[in-house]
Ligand binder design. Structure first.
Ligand code: MRU
Length: 347
């Protein structure tokens, strides 16, 4: 597909990030040259989406050591662990963040005999590899999801698990872009996704820009479009899949899954294997980020709720595995029982 939105670029040791806070009104690229800048870009959601957070963390870990001078291997590793600890504090739910940090440290640990200069060169390569692998993962997830879909179907998605959340075609959106390449006609309903509006600002933006037939709805309209027979499948991304198949994703995903099950519409979760956390037994063990009350009380700087009102703003929810028809990875389509079949992916 041509005209893929450019949203993350690694050039001459600098990470250029499309500022997703300002989309779709403003297209602004910000260079990140320090690990602190990468930390704030993740925390403030200048970039977001589990795989993209993982990609940025890989580059961030390299940026943090790129100016180190000669030192012992143990000192080098200690330095990496310290900065990994720092970066890990940026957001708690997307496991790709911790996966990428651990991968960079594990890579460094294999380089005991190399000079610091050589270590740095190989760690930059590792960060680039994380990015490149995500592109391939996106495509394979799309291919695998297409085996569950047919030309002419309509998909409902929640939040943004698209180009803007990954290194390439997205996860949940990948079959949609691939279908377009093949001349299929898949239609999409995009939930606006309050309070951060990833569906309105990002998903409808990128699909519309790519010439996909996308219809934006408010979150509370999902039940109606399902009851009217307009939806053939629900596809979302995920920030962390627990070992039993429970799925953390953007707040509202669980409600959509409950509705879909009521209307007998299959719920498919697009999940790269780095997003599957076999060390987290169930959804109850997934840390759920709570964000600022201001995301709920304000809309683009305008106050829309009374001053001082109590607010609860969990940023993610957990969809119980019983509501999920399939978890679709780059390695294949995983169906229930998820506790058994997810384990097979890592055997
Ligand atoms: O808070 P966000 O915008 O980072 O949340 C993003 C999501 O919930 C996505 O659905 C998930 O990360 C999967 S992205 C392929």
């Amino acid at each position: 597909m041509q005209n893929l939105i450019k949203h993350i670029e690694w050039k001459d040791g600098v990470l250029y990030v499309l500022n997703q806070i300002k989309l779709p009104a403003v297209t602004e690229y910000n260079p990140k040259t320090t690990i602190e800048a990468v930390f704030y870009a993740i925390r403030e959601m200048e970039l977001r989406g589990a795989p993209l957070i993982g990609i940025a963390a890989g580059y961030g870990m390299y940026i943090g050591i790129k100016d180190l001078q000669d030192m012992s291997h143990d000192e080098f590793i200690a330095k990496m662990r310290l900065q990994g600890k720092f970066l890990a504090e940026s957001r708690p739910t997307a496991v790709n963040l911790f996966w990428a940090i651990d991968r960079m440290i594990a890579k460094a640990d294999t380089l005991r005999d190399k000079s610091v200069a050589e270590k740095k060169r190989l760690l930059e390569q590792e960060a680039i590899l994380i990015h490149e692998e995500d592109r391939a993962i996106n495509r394979s997830i799309g291919e695998n999801l297409l085996t569950l879909l047919k030309d002419g179907m309509t998909i409902l998605t929640h939040c943004n698990a698209g180009i803007l959340a990954t290194g390439y075609y997205g996860t949940a959106t990948s079959p949609i872009y691939l279908a377009k390449e093949r001349g299929w006609n898949l239609k999409v309903y995009a939930d606006e996704t309050r309070p951060y509006l990833q569906g309105a600002r990002l998903t409808s933006y990128e699909l519309h820009a790519s010439g996909i037939d996308v219809t934006l709805i408010c979150d509370n309209m999902a039940g109606v479009v399902m009851s009217q027979g307009k939806i053939d499948a629900v596809i979302t991304g995920t920030d962390r899949v627990a070992a039993n198949g429970d799925v953390a994703n953007k707040i509202g995903t669980m409600s959509v899954a409950i509705l879909a099950n009521y209307f007998k519409i299959p719920v498919y979760i697009a999940a790269p294997t780095p997003t599957i956390d076999m060390n987290t037994p169930t959804g109850n063990d997934i840390p759920i980020e709570e964000r600022s009350p201001r995301e709920v009380t304000h809309w683009y700087g305008h106050q829309i709720a009374p001053e001082g009102v109590k607010v609860y703003n969990p940023s993610f929810d957990v969809t119980p595995h019983e509501l999920i028809a399939a978890i679709v990875t780059e390695k294949g389509v995983v169906t229930p029982p998820f506790d058994v079949n997810l384990r097979k992916l890592f055997a």
